[in-house]
Design a protein around this ligand. Sequence first.
Ligand SMILES: *[C@@H]1O[C@H](CO)[C@@H](O)[C@H](O)[C@H]1NC(C)=O
Ligand SMILES: *[C@@H]1O[C@H](CO)[C@@H](O)[C@H](O)[C@H]1NC(C)=O
Ligand SMILES: *[C@@H]1O[C@H](CO)[C@@H](O)[C@H](O)[C@H]1NC(C)=O
Ligand SMILES: *[C@@H]1O[C@H](CO)[C@@H](O)[C@H](O)[C@H]1NC(C)=O
Length: 458
Amino acid sequence: MRMPVSLFIIAAFLASLAIHVFADTPANCTYEDIRGKWIFMIGNKGHDQTLNCSSFASPVMKLEITLYFPDLAIDQFGNTGFWTIIYNQGFEIVITGRKYFAFSKYKQDGNNITSVCDQTLPGWSHDIFDRNWACFIGQKTEELRPKQTVFSHKELRVESGRLYRQNDEFIHQINQQQKSWQATRYPQFEKMRIEDMIKMKGGRKSTIASIPKPAPVTPEVAIKAKRLPDNFDWRNYNDINYVSPVRNQGNCGSCYAFASLAMNEARIRVMTNNTLTPVFSPQDIVECSEYSQGCDGGFPYLISGKYAEDFGLVEEECNPYKGIDGKCSTKPSCQRHYSTKYQYVGGFYGACNEELMRINLVENGPMAVSFEVYDDFFHYKGGIYIHTGLRDKFNPFEITNHAVLLVGYGVEPSTGQKYWVVKNSWGETWGEMGFFRIRRGTDECSIESIAVQSEPVL
Ligand SMILES: *[C@@H]1O[C@H](CO)[C@@H](O)[C@H](O)[C@H]1NC(C)=O
Ligand SMILES: *[C@@H]1O[C@H](CO)[C@@H](O)[C@H](O)[C@H]1NC(C)=O
Ligand SMILES: *[C@@H]1O[C@H](CO)[C@@H](O)[C@H](O)[C@H]1NC(C)=O
Ligand SMILES: *[C@@H]1O[C@H](CO)[C@@H](O)[C@H](O)[C@H]1NC(C)=O
């Protein structure tokens, strides 16, 4: 965490506000926008993963792919495959042995954002063994009206450069209103700017997507879930801890990188019975990944999954954490660690639910999850978090989507309340030794909607 806040930093921040207002990409494209028939204009194949698609403009072939509900893709020759959207940012298709991923197109003019959901930015295609790379651009055959979003939120005002102010009255209200969890004051936050706090909880979401409700539990899944233990925790499974140490992301919107890497770290520990215990480099993700936006956010699907499969992860010493954006400075000689079989739990965005998460957690290890962070969550000290609905008048944050690591679940003996156990990336002095518990079974803050899993390659 960067502590001293000099006038220089504030001045630099104000100067950069105009260009740094967005987390992730500002595109806000929904499932309904993306579903339908697409023409992909594809460039020369035969490249490796160093291919730079950012200014791609020379297609040599065309492919027609139609995306059907819920995850079926069919090309013009009748070949079938799978697809998923990734939050509101873009989509990925796997068909005829190739993958296609692109972000949705957007235009930005100051605070005016236009999402052009019937087109993609230049994207990446390669075979499922990561060979034979090509660039492509997608164009939907049905034209969509561009979606305009104008930002005039409180958080976009210059005020976000000021320091966070603890609100004791707010903390008191939280503790008065309910007994499920306890709120406390965190002196370390008083040294942070509002802007830093926003980054800490997931980055400024220009756009909150319409997050899908959890999918219905099928009878087969219900039967399987019934056989699982009532309480399970990878920090203490048969007296052994499989979860790597809690870290601190500081004032960089890199939660998605920490959550992603923490999953790969834990799953390697599970797979090898703690014989291998690498700790991976989030700075490599922040600086080097084109599948995410550095300290301005990103998504576990594209990091623990796609980046880890296409480019691999490096260990912390290859690029130690600085918590700021920069040029890619990872040592090229460092060994890369890969993952595979990445997907949203349930198979695609919108297919997740509590029971699938429990099954996957117990069978395969911890997984990256995301949830919506409200003002009250910053003050969490212990107990089972349930959003209170209270607002912090001093620091009225907008809702953001924060990525974290699911490590266990249980039932509180005295109340029968079901909960998840989750690892945060705000240091060990926050919450329950860096972890928190949150109500389970009710999709609290959408935590049961967008879990991601991947499998390390040893
Ligand atoms: C890709 O090319 C663009 C210009 O076309 C350049 O700005 C960018 O830095 C390049 N990216 C990489 C990773 O080399
Ligand atoms: C942004 O959009 C608003 C409302 O649509 C419009 O009045 C304004 O001129 C636009 N500003 C820019 C810079 O395009
Ligand atoms: C993004 O799209 C969703 C779904 O259409 C909508 O509910 C939400 O308000 C949009 N967000 C913004 C900031 O436009
Ligand atoms: C895993 O490691 C523990 C502690 O080092 C050991 O007691 C146990 O036998 C190991 N389990 C397997 C399956 O090798």
